[in-house]
Design a protein around this ligand. Structure first.
Ligand SMILES: [Zn+2]
Length: 390
């Protein structure tokens, strides 16, 4: 089914090859085998790093390196895609998600935008770069994980640990995620706010609704707290981050005995926070509000990521300059949007997301503009030349 790719590598042909691999739900073994073969032909030495996640499942990861020493440029990314959805969602795909098709200027298929299109552009640009210079200075690498869309615990975090143990610290890293807002190259994503969930519950003795003096209704106690949380406005944006915002994402009582005061109410509060806060300071804030009710409560938190950023530096300046030369617009450096694997890569190198336009990621009928994929190849190719100053 998978055909050999001809050189020079056509970005659309390669993206189509990648989309044909059904790499949902940690099933990235085959696509990474294919990529290792392809990168091997380009002179990369490939190391498979299968790690086992908390659920005991094998997560494929792949590190490919070409050359040695500094400077070191890395492309990082994921080979998995989000699920195409249940049966009813699948019926809404006009073109079957794993049968990539070019139509009306777009490449259609799951992962066209997030992120097999960008990955194909990075490989295609690298092929052009190394074809012109069989001996290149420094190191070029691809840091790939098969688990970014899932739990991610045995993906890039463990790849980064592995790199740290070897003392490998790239001088600059691009993740070809769909990070362009509106038009290609309009934005480069340099970080993201923190993300934490608070699981709270308030309880009391259940009782009869006809005897209000005997009971305290925890729902009545919690609602004003949630209202206060929902109305909170944080005036804490800095130069690099949007202000903190809060969402009550679920409230659960589950009481089906309508003549009884419920025993317990639970809610989850999701917070996206700037670097003016921490998980700990936000928890204290929620605890104070809950404590004021005088009711017994529990609170537990699950943090996904703390705020992270690659501060504007020489690397990001170079990327802005090359983008303006190739695409004709100076990209804004932004931290809007959700976290990516940059949250762990930032521990070892300057890292940004620079890639296709974000429009249909994670949706049915995902697609990417073909013209943009070609322009991305030019952009990445020029970045490689500028990075290595050749
Ligand atoms: Zn992605």
């Amino acid at each position: 089914m998978h055909m050999g790719v001809k050189f020079p590598i056509d970005v659309v042909a390669l993206a189509m090859e990648l989309i044909r691999f059904r790499s949902e739900d940690l099933d990235s073994h085959e696509i990474q085998g294919y990529l290792a073969g392809l990168l091997g032909q380009l002179g990369f030495t490939c190391t498979f790093l299968p790690f086992t996640n908390a659920k005991g499942r094998a997560v494929p990861n792949l590190v490919a390196c070409r050359g040695a020493g500094s400077p070191h440029f890395a492309f990082a990314g994921h080979t998995d895609v989000v699920s195409v959805g249940d049966h009813s969602a699948q019926q809404r795909w006009v073109i079957p998600p794993f049968e990539p098709t070019v139509r009306e200027g777009y490449l259609n298929g799951r992962g066209a935008e997030d992120m097999k299109g960008g990955l194909a552009a990075a490989i295609s640009a690298t092929a052009l770069f190394v074809a012109a210079r069989p001996v290149t200075p420094g190191t070029t690498s691809f840091l790939l994980t098969g688990d970014e869309e899932g739990d991610g615990d045995a993906g890039m975090p463990l790849v980064v640990d592995w790199l740290k143990k070897r003392g490998t610290r790239p001088d600059g890293c691009i993740i070809p995620e769909p990070a362009s807002r509106g038009v290609l190259g309009a934005t480069i994503k340099i970080g993201s706010r923190g993300c934490v969930d608070f699981f709270i519950s308030l309880s009391d003795q259940p009782g009869h609704t006809a005897y209000p003096a005997e009971t305290v209704n925890p729902v009545h106690q919690l609602l004003p707290v949630l209202q206060e949380i929902a109305a909170a406005s944080f005036d804490d944006e800095g130069d690099l981050f949007e202000p903190t915002n809060v969402n009550v994402v679920t409230v659960d009582v589950g009481n089906r005995q309508y003549n009884s005061v419920p025993e317990r109410v639970e809610a989850v509060v999701n917070v996206r926070y700037s670097d003016a806060h921490s998980e700990e300071s936000l928890q204290r804030w929620v605890e104070e509000l809950l404590g004021a009710t005088g009711q017994p409560f529990t609170i537990r938190r699950a943090g996904f990521n703390r705020p992270y950023v690659t501060e504007p530096n020489q690397f990001t300046g170079m990327l802005q300059k090359v983008t303006s030369e190739v695409l004709g617009l100076i990209p804004d450096l932004i931290t809007q949007g959700g976290a990516s694997d940059a949250r762990v890569l930032v521990e070892i190198c300057p890292v940004v997301e620079l890639g296709p336009v974000h429009a249909t990621s994670h949706q049915v009928n995902e697609r990417a503009l073909i013209e943009d994929l070609g322009r991305l190849v030019q952009l990445y190719h020029r970045i490689l030349e500028r990075f290595f100053q050749v």
